[in-house]
Design a protein around this ligand. Structure first.
Ligand code: ADP
Ligand code: MG
Length: 217
């Protein structure tokens, strides 16, 4: 899937949080996105997923305007948000809901959770919001990886994870389909060695660097 961003501008008040961003994400691109807090990374991700209407320019996801085709494009995207949503239902109900709405098999979610060393069985009747921060992230990772998507977007997914959790996550990332694209927002570039082919820096709403990274052979 291709994400084509052309001169995208998004402003809040009179500040351009996305300031004329032009960027093409190709099929199979594995991108590390870096930049200081407030650079506009999360805003760019939300714009790609159709949550914001741009003030200028345009974004096409698989040839479609994400705002007007949000349901369609969200079917192709696995997303882990920076902040886990305050979901009140139990893990069990949440898994059922995800299986029904996305067609993912329950066993796959459980398997991915196990690979992340999250004990779903012990916590199956707990409301999601009562999990620890790291456990929430592990669960969201399990859901995202259980789905076969054309684009995976991870917005600082390892911020709350212990070192073992991070290691497990990177290990699982290696199994993603070669053709799927990944946008990986992080402050820890060193962890992504061998997993990315491209590095994009964002600062004050602009792409300040966009370079190829040699894949580790
Ligand atoms: N919904 C919003 N309303 C107003 N300002 C926002 C909103 N979302 C983000 N911003 C502002 O946009 C800037 C970029 O935020 P964000 O995209 O979250 O940065 P990053 O993810 O790179 O840390 C920040 O100054 C933030 O305060
Ligand atoms: Mg952010």
């Amino acid at each position: 899937m291709i994400v084509d961003i052309k001169q995208a501008v998004k402003s809040f008040g009179d500040v351009n949080v996305l300031d004329n961003i032009t960027l093409k994400i190709n099929e199979g691109d594995k991108i590390a996105m870096l930049g200081p807090n407030g650079a506009g990374k999360t805003t760019l991700i939300r714009a790609i997923m159709g949550y914001y209407r741009l003030n200028g320019g345009k974004i096409e996801v698989d040839g479609m305007d994400p705002v007007f085709n949000r349901t369609k494009i969200l079917k192709k995207i696995s997303f882990i948000p920076q902040l886990p949503p305050p979901i009140k239902i139990s893990l069990n109900d949440l898994i059922d809901y995800i299986c029904i709405t996305t067609g993912v098999q329950k066993e796959r979610i459980i398997k991915e959770a196990e690979d992340m060393e999250l004990d779903v069985g012990q916590n199956i009747n707990k409301p999601f919001f009562k999990l620890s921060g790291g456990m929430k992230q592990k669960f969201l990772i399990a859901i995202a990886l259980a789905r076969k998507s054309e684009l995976y977007i991870f917005d600082e997914p390892t911020a709350n994870l212990d070192p073992k959790g991070r290691e497990n996550f990177y290990h699982l990332l290696k199994n993603l389909d070669e053709k799927s694209s990944v946008i990986y927002v992080t402050h820890r570039l060193e962890d992504l060695e061998g997993l990315i082919n491209r590095l994009i820096y964002l600062d004050i709403g602009k792409v300040t660097e966009d370079k190829e990274i040699k894949a580790k052979s």
